[in-house]
Design a protein around this ligand. Structure first.
Ligand code: AMP
Ligand code: MG
Length: 386
């Protein structure tokens, strides 16, 4: 496919450079191209300026005589015979004469052909997730097309009799379906084709037929709700009927009722219904699975160590992921949980920039105690310091 469509896709083959970069010896600065051979570093040197070479407009002359110079600008081709560039700042110009007192070393301020990339060298391996930076590099090498893996097909539906679609007024007892929106929105960051299969009522037959249909044209099915121990939790049973549940329940908070299985060739992730649990289990389990299915080995998240600035109650037994705000204070990283961490409270994600990991073998966390922190993905982050 063309580079224009390749952002975020996974390279299906390694990519080799079709050209050298730069494709010719070029000046790295504005100045004068000269031949450094035999020049005395300590004394004044005079040159006759015989021509100029601009970026895209090379000089027609060559440096055939010693003490000839050609005016050059950044990115311009080095004239034949030139071996160094005298910086404009180190030169004085008098008519056709250029005078410099600075030492002139061979190769100074010259970017040699292929010094960034050699023709045929590997720009990225198979399985690389193509970033803006990869694509910029490919563009610089004149690459027009890359071969990428097929997008992973993901079917998403939510379950719950209480769920209403946005845009419809809520009846008593109803809430809006946010999980399907959250998951399909998170999926936009991935190399996937998403099938939004709507919201399915708490009916084992309907759920089974939705799973059955989804499994025919997807690689992965992600549902939310109905995997806990309530009377209307039919999802596991429906999966077991037409596929199998590989495991259910994980020592995690939030996200304990997570169910994982298979329906025909499709992998199945039954995320818990609580909105925070659905997002956390998506980030921890579904997102890396999608990467793998697409041929990309996910890199483990960068784990930072920060000082907790609140007391947090935690009992041994389950690993907990708290939403938190990480900041730097007097050169140290400090993290504050974003208030009540109830798994129904999407408010805990508002203002959060990280997840704080409290390990399963840990008790309460005291003020100032070191904790592991992983950053939440944030496409909107900018790098300028205030
Ligand atoms: P469940 O896992 O189906 O028992 O749901 C647990 C809680 O999450 C309940 O309070 C549900 O109302 C809520 N819930 C389930 N699905 C969704 C959804 N798609 N969007 C928002 N809340 C949900
Ligand atoms: Mg439910």
């Amino acid at each position: 496919m063309t580079l224009d469509d390749a952002i975020g896709r996974i390279a299906a083959e390694s990519v080799a450079a079709p050209t050298d970069l730069p494709p010719f010896d070029a000046s790295a600065m504005d100045g004068y191209a000269v031949d450094a051979t035999g020049l005395d570093h300590s004394t004044e040197k005079r040159f006759e300026v015989i021509d100029e070479s601009l970026a895209g407009r090379p000089a027609s002359s060559t440096l055939s005589a010693p003490r000839h110079a050609i005016r050059v600008f950044t990115g311009a081709a080095m004239p034949d015979g030139a071996t160094a560039v005298v910086l404009q700042e180190d030169a004085v110009r008098q008519g056709d004469t250029m005078i410099t007192n600075a030492p002139v070393h061979r190769d100074q301020h010259v970017r040699h052909l292929g010094h960034d990339v050699r023709r045929g060298s590997r720009l990225c391996c198979r399985g690389t997730r193509l970033s803006h930076f990869h694509l910029a590099w490919f563009a610089a090498c004149g690459i027009e097309e890359v071969t990428v893996s097929r997008r992973v097909r993901v079917g998403v539906f939510s379950t719950g009799d209480e769920l209403a679609d946005r845009g419809t007024p809520l009846k008593t007892g109803q809430i809006y379906d946010s999980n399907r929106f959250a998951i399909t929105s998170l999926l936009r960051e991935k190399a996937v084709e998403t099938f939004d299969l709507g919201c399915i009522r708490d009916d084992p037959n309907l759920i089974a037929s939705s799973l059955d249909k989804a499994s025919r044209n997807t690689d992965l099915i992600v549902t939310s709700g109905g995997v806990s121990v309530g009377d209307a939790d039919y999802v596991k049973e429906a999966v077991a009927r037409i596929g199998r549940i590989e495991f259910w329940k994980i020592a995690l908070k939030p996200g304990k009722p997570l169910a994982i299985g298979r329906v025909r060739h499709a992998l199945f992730f039954g995320l818990p219904g609580n909105p925070v649990s659905a997002i956390v289990t998506y980030l921890l389990f579904v997102a890396p699975t999608i990467d793998r299915l697409g041929g990309h080995e996910p890199t483990p998240p960068l784990t930072l160590t920060a000082a907790m600035d609140r007391k947090v109650r935690h009992s041994v037994g389950r690993r907990e992921y708290l939403r938190g705000t990480l900041r730097s204070s007097d050169g140290q990283l400090v993290v504050t949980p974003t208030g009540d961490q109830g798994s129904n409270r999407l408010a805990t994600f508002a203002g959060a920039n990280c997840l704080v990991v409290v390990d399963e073998d840990k008790g309460h966390v005291g003020v100032g105690e070191s904790v592991d922190v992983i950053l939440l993905p944030d496409e909107g982050a900018h790098l300028m310091h205030s």
